[in-house]
Ligand binder design. Structure first.
Ligand code: HEC
Length: 456
């Protein structure tokens, strides 16, 4: 569940940040056109609303960016810790480009009107280059989470940075940034009160040039998918209905925008009105949202593949926690401790909090009671004991049979609408069965191995 908060904020952030990059590219292109005397109205456009929009999205993009790191630190401190440990210099480099972006952008915003064309072009070029490079650097860190590549073997920084999805993801985002900027420009043009109709048409046609690289998207998308681990790819391509659907939304929305761009804007030189332009921007947003959802989802059950599970455990720790218990050393009390009917359910609630609550709620979004509330006790025990085989985007269960039984009782107590009193179960035969199932499931992630019983 907590993951969804980050995901939601992330989609918003990525859209704004990509617009801030593409918007810079568009303004640089327009400035160049007007400097060459090819398009005198371009300068009026760059100095108008569009500039303000780029500024606003840049500022809000930066704020939501900080907001994202802030929320991720709350929900996944260990992941962020590992990222900082591994990439602090890369991150510092990214921040210097970000600072350059701020300075160049601000200078243009504040003094652009009084400068000659060459200085304007220089500032815009600097802003765009710096913003693209901040994408370049952060892209290495984010794509490393999905495909750490050769970093896994020797911990080499550059092997992790230039990992298998680095280039497809960078190119894809660059194309998306330009497309978003062109769509927003179309919207601004369609509602502009100061430009003449034929000026609008000419500017729109020029802005649409930034949509042309979208023709590469199917190729880049395929490259990206191909560079992903096989199991992640299979979820996107049908294995997980939610992810496949978001992938479809992303691809479909991009296709519609691309077709409109080619047929309408470039080939037939159509004009767009405000309503069409808004719809196109909405499609662009849907495409980004779909893409981000898929990228975040494809990483499951890890936040850093093969290294750290989404619930902040390493694969090696699962082995020891199976023996020692996952919450034996959890010092934090439960909220509203007194509402639980007995210590077993309390233990179950702690196990849920530690191992499941990053991705699930109890009764809300992805709620375990919705998913397992109708199962029989035995069915729940089996499916939780073999969690990574129940659905391979979940980590293996990481606790003792007693903890698993407590978790099952907690789920049953919630499904029964919290009755009090509630029976404690401690049947030795049941615990022994759970132990057998846990052993059969093993501690490797679900996509790498089949359970021992299936192998033979
Ligand atoms: C990395 C995220 C993640 C973690 C951690 C996680 N789950 Fe899940 N779980 C999911 C997703 C995603 C689904 C799929 C939901 C769907 O199919 O709609 C799921 C499905 C389930 C289901 C339904 C399975 C089915 O076949 O219908 C159960 C039961 C479940 N989880 C229980 C748990 C329990 C108990 C824990 C903690 C021990 C846990 N999960 C930890 C992500 C996670």
């Amino acid at each position: 569940m907590k993951g969804l908060v980050i995901g939601g904020l992330g989609i918003f952030h990525v859209f704004l940040a990509q617009f801030a990059i593409g918007g810079g590219a568009l303004m640089t292109y327009f400035e160049w056109l007007s400097g060459k005397g090819k398009l005198p109205s371009a300068r009026r456009f760059t100095d108008g609303y569009f500039k303000v929009l780029v500024l606003v999205s840049f500022v809000v993009g930066a704020l939501t960016g900080v907001g994202m790191w802030f929320t991720s630190i709350q929900t996944s401190p260990r992941t962020i810790g590992l990222m900082v440990d591994t990439f602090h210099w890369v991150w510092a480099t990214e921040w210097t480009f970000f600072a350059l972006e701020v300075i160049a952008g601000y200078c243009f915003y504040r003094y652009g009107k009084d400068l000659d064309s060459r200085s304007r072009l220089f500032l815009l070029g600097l802003y765009t280059t710096a913003s693209w490079f901040s994408l370049f650097w952060i892209n290495g860190i984010l794509s490393w989470q999905l495909t750490p590549g050769a970093w896994l073997e020797g911990g080499d920084l550059w092997a992790g940075f230039f990992n298998p999805t680095f280039w497809p993801s960078l190119f894809f985002r660059t194309v998306a940034a330009m497309a978003i900027a062109a769509l927003v420009a179309a919207l601004v043009l369609s509602v502009s009160p100061t430009l003449e109709q034929d000026e609008k048409k000419e500017l729109l046609h020029r802005a649409a040039h930034l949509l042309a690289p979208m023709a590469l998207m199917p190729l880049l998308g395929a490259w990206y998918l191909f560079a992903m681990p096989k199991d992640s790819r299979s979820w996107v391509l049908g294995g997980s209905p939610a992810m496949s659907m978001f992938f479809g939304v992303g691809a479909g929305a991009s296709l519609l925008v691309g077709l409109y761009a080619i047929v309408g804007l470039l080939w037939r030189r159509l004009n767009v009105n405000g309503a069409t332009a808004s719809l196109l921007v909405a499609l662009g947003f849907a495409a980004s949202a779909g893409g981000e959802f898929v990228r975040e989802g494809a990483r499951k059950p890890f936040t850093v593949r093969e290294t750290l599970y989404s619930n902040a455990m390493t694969p090696a720790e699962i082995v020891t926690l199976r023996e020692e218990g996952s919450v034996t050393r959890d010092p934090y009390p439960l909220r509203d401790d007194q509402v639980f009917p007995n210590d077993q359910v309390r233990l179950g609630a702690k196990v849920y909090r530690f191992q499941c609550s990053v991705c699930h709620t109890m009764g809300g979004v992805n709620g375990i009671v919705h998913l397992a509330g109708t199962w029989t006790g035995e069915q729940t025990r089996l499916n939780v004991a073999k969690l990574q085989h129940t659905k391979p985007f979940m980590p293996p269960f990481a606790g003792t049979p007693e903890e698993l039984e407590a978790l099952v009782r907690y789920i049953e107590w919630e499904a029964a609408e919290r009755p009090s009193p509630f029976e404690v179960t401690n049947d030795a035969a049941t615990l022994a069965q759970i132990k057998r199932w846990l052993d059969e499931a093993g501690t490797a992630p679900g996509y790498t191995t089949r359970p021992a019983s299936v192998k033979k």
